[in-house]
Design a protein around this ligand. Structure first.
Ligand SMILES: Cc1cc2nc3c(=O)[nH]c(=O)nc-3n(C[C@H](O)[C@H](O)[C@H](O)COP(=O)(O)OP(=O)(O)OC[C@H]3O[C@@H](n4cnc5c(N)ncnc54)[C@H](O)[C@@H]3O)c2cc1C
Length: 393
């Protein structure tokens, strides 16, 4: 038996003992997702037990080093864990922008003290983070951002506005792009971390077509951000005025996450819908479903190849943009098809049968996939320029 087979057997035994049956059911609503944070509460004992077992084992962030709260798994071991969790349908124990976005940036750019403090807090789900990038007028053209941090010796005095800040009203801390030098567009931005409870920070939820309000306008009025949180823990990640490098690195991870490249669940939901409606479907729709399946499998193969290339340091740095473009367009198509298969009953908004209109709300939510984290048009621009090297791009 190879080491990896041994690890797989151990993982199966551990999951059998620690993942409660309720945590193997598909997520039905927002309360089924545990986000952690200061004000978090568990939906039930099973969610709590599963989360605590994973924290103790380092499985909220399996590939992070043990000193930062992870399990220190190698990439092949982390893949085995993902596969084994997918095999039993285990839910993610913790959803977190800290894990998907800030963590990778801290691992790359943080000081040792920043890593020890913030990564451990993220791994234990103690602090819920939000992302302060976009501003009115600075979305795709992010580098034009205007939120300004004035140097006041021991603190930055931050003024400005962010927009589309997901879960800002529920977050404890923010990682925020702030202009700290007005004379240099690219080298005048700092990547600051601060508490959302700081005086002068306020949020206002924005209503979406899905009927939910997951994101906010975020305002900063004379917010005093201390320059240091203790020995070796500056408020900024990376150097002052070099936050653009951190921001771009983080966006690569965000795009990879949104692409769903490491998800093995791409065809499962569609398969379940098809089973329910088999026999009712017209031949054209059946053909579209078959074409989708083929494209989804091709995308999964591309995702596997990409993740393998990342592991050995051979991935093209702009490749997350390609994955994001293909993955989000595919996901939108998947939901279009699910709506077509479900027919008019899927347009229902409120009934118990549709679990509060879940199919239609999920379908409408996918419209945002090709906007959040950078739009499809912008992804195509980057692919044309940096991967295909097209003339004129
Ligand atoms: C669900 C969701 C969650 C989000 N969460 C966050 C968050 O937590 N934090 C955060 O900071 N931001 C967040 N955003 C914002 C997101 O990053 C921006 O919406 C995105 O970058 C696009 O910016 P914009 O909305 O200003 O559109 P614009 O940049 O104004 O773009 C408008 C249109 O013009 C097109 N366009 C713009 N420039 C070009 C170009 N050069 N070439 C071709 N076409 C172009 C775009 O593709 C788009 O169709 C979120 C967005 C969504 C939808």
């Amino acid at each position: 038996m190879s080491d990896l087979d041994g690890f797989r057997a151990e993982t199966r035994t551990w999951l059998e003992a620690n993942c409660p049956p309720e945590m193997r059911e598909p997520v039905r609503d927002e309360a089924d997702i545990y986000w952690g944070g200061r004000n978090a509460s568990f939906k039930n004992d099973a969610q709590k037990a599963w989360f605590e077992a994973c924290v103790a084992k380092g499985y909220t962030v399996p590939a992070w080093p043990t000193e930062y709260g992870g399990a220190g798994l190698t990439p092949p071991e982390a893949k085995v864990l993902r596969e084994e969790m997918a095999r039993i349908g285990a839910r993610s124990p913790l959803s977190s922008f800290g894990i998907w976005m800030l963590g990778p940036a801290l691992l790359h750019f943080g000081t040792e003290e920043q890593k020890l403090r913030f990564l451990n807090e993220i791994a234990r789900g103690e602090i819920r983070w939000c992302q302060g990038y976009s501003e009115p007028g600075s979305g795709s053209d992010l580098v034009s951002l205007q939120t300004f941090g004035e140097d006041h010796g021991d603190h930055w005095l931050v003024n400005g506005q962010k927009i589309w800040t997901s879960y800002a009203d529920k977050a404890d801390w923010i990682f925020c792009l702030v202009r700290t030098d007005k004379n240099d567009k690219y080298r005048g931005i700092s990547f600051l971390l601060f508490d959302m409870q700081t005086t002068g920070v306020s949020t206002k939820p924005i209503l979406l077509i899905s009927g939910n309000s997951p994101f906010c306008e975020t305002f900063f009025d004379d917010v005093k951000v201390p320059k240091s949180y203790g020995e070796g823990i500056p408020a900024q990640v990376g150097e002052v005025n070099r936050g653009w490098d951190v921001a771009k690195y983080l966006l690569g991870h965000e795009r990879e996450m949104i692409s769903g490249a490491d998800s093995s669940d791409r065809t499962a939901a569609l398969g379940a819908v098809m089973k329910r409606h088999a026999g009712e479907l017209d031949p054209i729709l059946r053909a579209e479903l078959a074409m989708f399946d083929v494209d989804a499998l091709a995308y999964s193969a591309m995702g596997e190849k990409f993740l393998d290339e990342v592991k050995v340091g051979k991935a093209h740095p702009a490749q997350p943009n390609m994955m994001k473009y293909a993955g989000t367009e595919l996901n939108k198509r998947r939901h279009e098809l699910m709506m077509s298969v479900g027919g008019s009953r899927n347009l229902e908004w409120d009934s118990e049968e549709t679990r509060g209109g879940k199919p239609s709300r999920d379908w409408l939510r996918t419209k945002a996939n090709s906007i959040e984290g950078g739009t499809s048009e912008v992804m195509l621009n980057v692919i044309a320029k940096r991967i295909l090297d097209l003339p004129g791009a």
